[in-house]
Write a new protein. Structure first.
Ligand SMILES: O=P(O)(O)OC[C@H]1O[C@H](OP(=O)(O)OP(=O)(O)O)[C@H](O)[C@@H]1O
Ligand SMILES: Nc1ncnc2[nH]cnc12
Length: 174
């Protein structure tokens, strides 16, 4: 079953002009959810990943079961003020606004082999900020993994041009 066929598009949400790619319809489908997690897990099975970093909030839903299946740890990257211990943070630009993400300073150790997961890449601002935080802690980002790439917005290309590896399960070219 193609994953893309289970993702719903909501026009003009949360703002006029945004085509919102809604993965809740994929997540509620038992085969869709299992296929999503299994496809990602299989790709990284022999990569010796020891930390899976998930980006709040939709990224958590994908990253945690992948971490479990790979036998890796799960690390949350969160919106400001949500993490209780000492954090480092990075500001970034969204397709529909500005934001900031944070991670615990002790979440990543030197030489950790990190798989970075989010549900979707648009401008790439969120993913780029997360990569910066992981690299600041001397972790190695093995690959950035997304369910959805919106290549027309340019984020995935920009990150690839910076030398980062990116993999997505599906893309929207419109
Ligand atoms: O490539 P970008 O332009 O940075 O956009 C992608 C980010 O935007 C969405 O998150 P959002 O901030 O809407 O938060 P949510 O997951 O909590 O809904 C999405 O889940 C990605 O994290
Ligand atoms: N078009 C979009 N659909 C869903 N999530 C998003 N995050 C940023 N842009 C988005």
């Amino acid at each position: 079953m193609p994953i893309k066929s289970l993702i719903r598009t909501i026009a003009h949400y949360p703002r006029e002009g945004i085509m919102f790619r809604d993965i809740t319809t994929l997540l509620k489908d038992p085969t869709g959810l299992r296929t999503t997690i299994d496809q990602i897990t299989e790709r990284y099975r022999s990569e010796k990943i020891n930390k899976v970093v998930g980006i709040e909030s939709r990224g958590f839903i994908i990253a945690a079961p992948v971490a479990y299946a790979l036998g890796a740890g799960f690390v949350p990257v969160r919106k400001p003020g949500k993490l209780p211990a000492d954090t480092i943070g990075c500001d970034y630009q969204l397709e529909y606004g500005r934001d900031r993400i944070e991670i615990h300073v002790d979440a990543i150790e030197k030489n950790d082999r990190v798989l970075l997961i989010d549900d979707l890449i648009a401008t790439g601002g969120t993913m780029e900020a997360a990569i910066k935080l992981i690299e600041e802690m001397n972790g190695t980002v093995i690959e950035c993994c997304l369910v959805v790439d919106l290549p027309t917005i340019g984020g995935s290309k920009r990150l690839q041009q910076q030398g980062h590896k990116l993999f997505s399960l599906c893309r929207y070219d419109d």
